[in-house]
Ligand binder design. Structure first.
Ligand code: TYD
Length: 205
């Protein structure tokens, strides 16, 4: 019986924002909440830890960045594989996919590096499913930088103030109906509460 019944497609929920906004914490909190309600959840991130994603991560950690053409190339390749091998099969099997960054990151970050934001959106939407709900975790750039410093470690090539301010400006100009701005400079629990309220309104859970 189960094998014949088609699965209801899962939902794709995305967390976005500049570095230091707490995306991964919020995503993990939401994953536990949904799992406790019987939802089968996969929590994942982009860039992935596959070959293409790691090229971008390694360059950034070394304080460098690839040329913008190489960066766009690697990130699109990385996302193509991720959509094909992980995201689409999971959604088709009825699982919910939670992502720490997706193509809105590319619009913000490679957009801030000079590529046309609309062009980036088009390249991605040719193959990448549109999120059911995306959360833009919004905090002032100075607060994000303070959080990154408090976390310790070196700031990588993406995590510089003028660049992050340019990314934040692109996020704030985005106007997709499925994108929700969440104030994220308070404590993690109040941020999570706001996220759950939106999810309840949008997806009824
Ligand atoms: P990040 O989420 O900061 O990774 P982690 O916290 O695991 O180190 O992602 C690494 C960087 O990649 C981040 O600064 C933003 C950048 N990025 C892009 O420039 N374009 C993209 O399309 C994506 C997904 C990420």
């Amino acid at each position: 019986m189960e094998s014949d019944s088609p699965h209801l497609r899962g939902s794709l929920i995305v967390f976005e924002g500049i570095d230091g906004t707490g995306k991964s914490t919020q995503m993990q909190m939401l994953a536990s909440y949904l799992a406790a309600r019987g939802v089968e959840v996969i929590a994942d991130c982009e860039p992935t830890h596959g070959e293409w994603g790691m090229r971008v991560r390694r360059a950034a950690q070394q304080g460098e960045r690839l040329s913008i053409e190489e960066e766009v190339d690697c990130l699109l390749q990385d996302r193509r594989e991720h959509v094909r091998d992980v995201i689409e099969p999971a959604l088709a099997a009825g699982r919910w996919v939670l992502l720490d960054r997706y193509y809105l990151s590319m619009m913000a970050y490679q957009g801030a590096a000079g590529v046309s934001v609309e062009q980036i959106r088009e390249w991605n939407e040719e193959f990448a499913p549109i999120p059911d709900v995306a959360f833009w975790l919004d905090i002032p750039v100075e607060v994000a930088l303070e959080r990154m410093k408090a976390r310790g470690g070196e700031q990588d090539a993406f995590e510089q103030e003028p660049f992050l301010a340019a990314c934040a400006a692109i996020y704030s100009a985005m106007e997709m109906p499925w994108l929700h701005r969440i104030e994220a400079d308070g404590d993690a629990h109040s941020t999570q509460q706001r996220i759950r309220e939106v999810l309840c309104e949008e997806l009824g859970i």
